[in-house]
Design a protein around this ligand. Structure first.
Ligand code: HEM
Length: 408
C-alpha cells in the first residue's frame, strides 16, 4: 500500500472555493480519507482530521489532550519565533480551554451554573434589548456603514461585558489586544505584548472584584477563595475573548451569507419561526471556529491510522461539518435542514460553555436586523468583501452595507 503523502505547508487557508466553503485542498483530503498525515511549516509531522465521524470520536476522547494550543493564545507551528513543542504545553492558570481533567473540570465546574439554558433564558429579554438598541443606533446612521463595527461586534461585546462585569468603556483596550493575537502570523513578541496588556488590565479588574464583589460572573468567581488571582485573570481572559469574537463573526459572516442567498433571506423574513433552525444551519455552514489542536497522549487508532503518542493533531470543524457522509448536499446552505449534530460548538468535555448565550444573541441579532432593515444590501461587490483568512476565527473584516428606507 502506498503511504499517504504529507500535506505540505500546513493547513491551506485560502478560500479558493468561495468565501463560505472550505479550501479545495481540505475538501479533497477529507474525501480521500478522514485522517491525513500533515507536515507542519516547522518540518515536524502530525495529523489532520477532517471526516465528521473521526472528528467527533477524537473530541470525545480525552486521550487527545487539549494542552496544545495554549488556550487560543499562540499556536506554536503558526507563530514565528515559537519553539517547537515536544510535550504538552505548560498550562496558563485559569485558561481551562487548554487544560485536561482534573484541572479543566475543577475550573469549568465553577462556571457551568452561570451558563445554563435556564440562566440564559432569563437573560433573553435583556439580550434582545441590547440588540434592539444597537439597531436603533444603526438606523440613525447614513448608509453605507460597516455592519461589523456598528452591529456585529458591539452586540456580543456589550452582552459579555455586562455578564462578566467588564466596563464596556474599556473596550478599546481589550478589542484591539484580542484582535492582535487572533492574527495567525503575528510575531510572538507582539502577541505576548498584547497578552500582557490584557492580563494586566484583567488582573486589576478581578483584584477589585475580589475586594468588592458586584453582581456579575467574575465577581461570583472571585468569591471562591480557592481560585488565585492568576486563575481568575486567565478565566476572565478566556471568557472575554471567547464571548465576543466568535459571535461577532457569526453575526457578520451570517449576514453576508444570507445576503448572498436572497431567497432564503426572504423566507426567513416572512417566517421568523424558522430562525432557530436557520441559526444552527448557519453555524454548521460557516464554522467560524474551524481549526482546533490536540495532542495524542498515547498511541490511538483513528480513521484507519495509528496516531502515535506525542503527535500533534489538527482538527478541521469546517471540513467535518461539510462531510457528505453526515449531511446531504453539505455545501448547500439550507435553512430547512436539520443541522443538529454539527460540530461548530465542539464536542465532548470542552464543548462550548457559552453556546446557549451565543444562540440567544444570534437569534435576537438576526431577527432584529432582518425585521428592521428589509432592504439591507451589500454596499460593495461580494468579491470585494475582506475575508478573515489571516485570523484564527473566520469571518469578515468589514461588511459595508446599505439600505433604502428608514428602519424603525
Ligand atoms: C469552547 C465555538 C461562543 C465561551 C468552544 C469550542 C468551540 C467554540 C468550537 C471548543 C474548543 C475546544 O474544544 O478546544 C464557539 C462559537 C461561538 C462561541 C462558534 C459563537 C457562535 C461563545 C460564547 C462564550 C464562549 C458567547 C461566552 C462565554 C467558551 C468557553 C469555552 C468554549 C469558555 C471553553 C470550554 C471548555 O474548555 O470547557 N467554543 N463559541 N463561547 N467557548 Fe465557545
Amino acid at each position: 500500500m502506498t503511504q499517504p503523502v504529507p500535506v505540505p505547508h500546513g493547513l491551506p487557508m485560502e478560500r479558493d472555493a468561495g468565501p463560505f466553503d472550505p479550501p479545495r485542498r481540505v475538501t479533497q483530503l477529507r474525501d480521500a480519507r478522514p485522517v491525513s498525515p500533515m507536515l507542519f511549516p516547522d518540518g515536524h509531522e502530525g495529523w489532520l482530521v477532517t471526516g465528521y465521524e473521526a472528528v467527533r470520536r477524537l473530541m470525545a476522547d480525552t486521550r487527545f489532550s487539549s494542552r496544545q494550543d495554549l488556550g487560543v493564545l499562540h499556536v506554536p507551528y503558526e507563530t514565528p519565533g515559537m519553539p517547537v513543542s515536544t510535550e504538552p504545553s505548560p498550562q496558563i492558570p485559569g485558561m481551562f480551554i487548554a487544560m485536561d481533567p482534573p484541572d479543566h473540570s475543577r475550573l469549568r465546574r465553577r462556571l457551568t451554573g452561570a451558563f445554563t439554558v435556564k440562566r440564559m433564558r432569563m437573560l433573553e429579554e435583556r439580550i434582545t434589548d441590547i440588540a434592539e438598541r444597537q439597531l436603533d443606533a444603526l438606523a440613525r446612521l447614513a448608509p453605507p456603514v460597516d455592519l461589523v463595527k456598528e452591529f456585529a461586534l458591539p452586540v456580543p461585546s456589550l452582552v459579555i461585558c455586562e455578564l462578566l462585569g467588564v466596563p464596556y468603556a474599556d473596550r478599546e483596550n481589550f478589542q484591539v489586544n484580542s484582535a492582535k493575537f487572533l492574527v495567525k502570523d503575528q510575531p510572538l513578541d507582539e502577541k505576548m505584548a498584547a497578552y500582557g496588556a490584557l492580563t494586566t488590565y484583567l488582573s486589576e479588574l478581578v483584584t477589585r472584584k475580589r475586594a468588592t464583589p458586584g453582581d456579575d460572573i467574575l465577581s461570583d468567581l472571585a468569591r471562591h477563595d480557592d481560585l488565585t488571582i492568576e486563575e481568575l485573570t486567565g478565566a476572565a481572559f478566556l471568557l472575554l475573548l471567547a464571548g465576543h469574537e466568535t459571535t461577532a463573526n457569526m453575526l457578520a459572516l451570517g449576514a453576508f451569507a444570507l445576503l448572498e442567498h436572497p431567497e432564503q433571506l426572504a423566507e426567513l423574513r416572512a417566517r421568523p419561526e424558522l430562525l432557530p433552525g436557520a441559526v444552527e444551519e448557519l453555524m454548521r455552514y460557516l464554522s467560524v471556529v474551524d481549526v482546533l489542536y490536540r495532542y495524542a497522549t498515547e498511541d490511538i487508532e483513528l480513521g484507519g491510522q495509528t496516531i502515535r503518542e506525542g503527535s500533534t493533531v489538527v482538527v478541521s470543524l469546517l471540513a467535518a461539518n461539510r462531510d457528505p457522509l453526515r449531511f446531504d448536499h453539505p455545501d448547500t446552505l439550507d435553512i430547512h435542514r436539520n443541522a443538529r449534530g454539527h460540530l461548530s460548538f465542539g464536542h465532548g468535555i470542552h464543548q462550548c460553555l457559552g453556546q446557549q448565550l451565543a444562540r440567544i444573541e444570534m437569534r435576537a441579532g438576526f431577527d432584529g436586523l432582518l425585521r428592521r432593515f428589509p432592504t439591507l444590501a451589500l454596499a460593495i461587490p461580494a468579491e470585494e468583501v475582506k475575508l478573515r483568512t489571516d485570523m484564527n476565527i473566520y469571518g469578515v473584516h468589514e461588511l459595508p452595507v446599505t439600505w433604502t428606507e428608514s428602519a424603525r
